[in-house]
Design a protein around this ligand. Structure first.
Ligand SMILES: Nc1ncnc2c1ncn2[C@@H]1O[C@H](COP(=O)(O)OP(=O)(O)OP(=O)(O)O)[C@@H](O)[C@H]1O
Length: 208
């Protein structure tokens, strides 16, 4: 279960962002919607511990993120949170497999050879395993980013506009892959978007 209460964040004193209280059941798939600038990315960053709230709380499976020290929060993120961004944000000079292996290192879950092979297989990128990331297409790179987000079997996978730069076919594929990978590792899936193509796929929606 992910629960937020009285969540507020201010980049500066003039403009504070207030977020509604929200609950997402474990393993549920949910969407954060709203117009540009309403705070979708900010909320995702608060939920995933990338930002600390000005006040309020985020509780994931009983862990209060605001109670963790900076180093404990970094460790928590590495082990329990997966993130997929609009652009894949991979290291171009490393291979596909090395990019995924790096996440296992930061998640303190090294030597996951079997799991890495499985996720490459599931995402149909096994033949790209030893290619440098700068040699693969944008759609393939987004699959690598999804593989990286699930390799540590996180409690929650967050997606920030993961389909915004994709055509209709790739959009559908990425949504289905995120959902199936979240189901495979028992993760909750939360996506922030203004992409109307994905709306019907997610019954639990928070509109900001
Ligand atoms: N680093 C920052 N410093 C100051 N203000 C910021 C910063 N990042 C975002 N903001 C402001 O906070 C508000 C919320 O931004 P945020 O990026 O969370 O919105 P969003 O809904 O994700 O937008 P979009 O759909 O365009 O990505 C906006 O008014 C934005 O200008």
């Amino acid at each position: 279960m992910l629960v937020t209460k009285n969540l507020k964040f201010a980049y500066d004193e003039a403009a504070a962002l207030n977020f509604p209280d929200w609950e997402v059941a474990s393993g549920d798939h949910a969407l954060i919607l709203g117009p540009s600038g309403c705070g979708k990315t900010t909320l995702l960053h608060l939920l995933s511990g990338l930002l600390r709230p000005t006040s309020g709380s985020v509780v994931i499976e009983g862990t209060h993120l605001e109670a963790l020290s900076s180093s404990a929060l970094d460790r928590y993120r590495g082990q329990h949170i997966g993130f997929v961004f609009q652009k894949p944000h991979l290291i171009g000079s490393l291979t596909v497999e090395e990019n995924i292996r790096l996440a296992t290192f930061f998640g303190h879950k090294p030597k996951r050879n079997k799991e890495i092979n499985q996720v490459l297989e599931d995402l149909q990128i096994r033949d790209l395993a030893h290619r440098k990331v700068y040699e693969v297409s944008q759609g393939q790179a987004q699959r690598v980013a999804i593989a990286r987000s699930v390799i540590n079997q996180p409690a929650v996978i967050f997606g920030d506009e993961p389909t915004a730069s994709l055509d209709d076919e790739s959009c559908t594929a990425v949504v289905q892959l995120l959902k199936s990978q979240a189901e495979a590792c028992g993760a909750t899936l939360i996506i922030a978007t203004h992409d109307h193509r994905v709306k019907s796929e997610f019954p639990n929606q928070l509109t900001l």
